[in-house]
Design a protein around this ligand. Structure first.
Ligand code: FAD
Length: 158
């Protein structure tokens, strides 16, 4: 099994798209991520997985907090900005939720404090204790097989 086959197989898992954001002394840094899942209801925990070369890794360790912003279908450009797919710098304004930087218009904004971190291979898993949530009524952005997608509603004949 080579790297390409592994990546292709993992890309067959359709996901939403998030922007992880953190604030170190007023300097906000964001990164696009789809390695995100819910871990526990009581206490309320989530997990994100950050690559060892990502600049945001050290920043989350410093701030000990982060937000997860689940992007809406009309926020593909934000995903591309925070994945480095758009090279030129774009000014992005962040709102605040429980003091963490969050993106307006996201389907869900989830504020977290780091409760544990685990290095696994070339990624670090951060367990986040959820401290606040804000929801918007919007359709999510989807990522599948290396491409951005949108949900289409199945038309059923009743
Ligand atoms: P940088 O390269 O430092 O930043 C990324 C971009 O965001 C840069 O262009 C930077 O200018 C911009 N940026 C950062 N902060 C701001 C700000 N405040 N205002 C404006 N622009 C800003 N990688 C993972 O580790 N885990 C994942 O789960 C993951 N999932 C991904 C899912 C998708 C759909 C995609 C497309 C990529 C994913 N990646 C993931 C890859 C990751 O997004 C990129 O490798 C990223 O560029 C590396 O992050 P970095 O912290 O080094 O960011």
């Amino acid at each position: 099994m080579d790297d390409r086959q592994f990546r292709t197989a993992m890309g067959k898992f359709a996901t939403g798209v998030t922007v992880i954001a953190t604030d170190v002394e007023g300097d906000v840094h964001g990164m696009t991520a789809n390695a995100f899942m819910s871990v526990s209801l009581s206490p309320k925990l989530v997990v994100i997985s950050i690559g060892e070369n990502a600049r945001i890794l050290e920043k989350i360790k410093q701030s000990n907090s982060f937000s997860v912003n689940i992007l809406a279908a009309d926020q593909q450009e934000l995903s591309m900005i925070f994945a480095g797919q758009i090279k030129e710098h774009r000014e992005v304004v962040f709102d605040r939720l429980d003091g963490k930087p969050v993106l307006a218009g996201a389907v869900a904004q989830i504020a977290c404090e780091v409760s544990a971190e685990h290095v696994e291979g070339d990624h670090t898993l951060f367990i986040g204790k959820v401290t606040d949530i804000h929801l918007e009524d919007a359709e999510p952005l989807i990522f599948y097989s290396g491409r951005y997608r949108a949900l289409t509603e199945e038309k059923t004949l009743v």
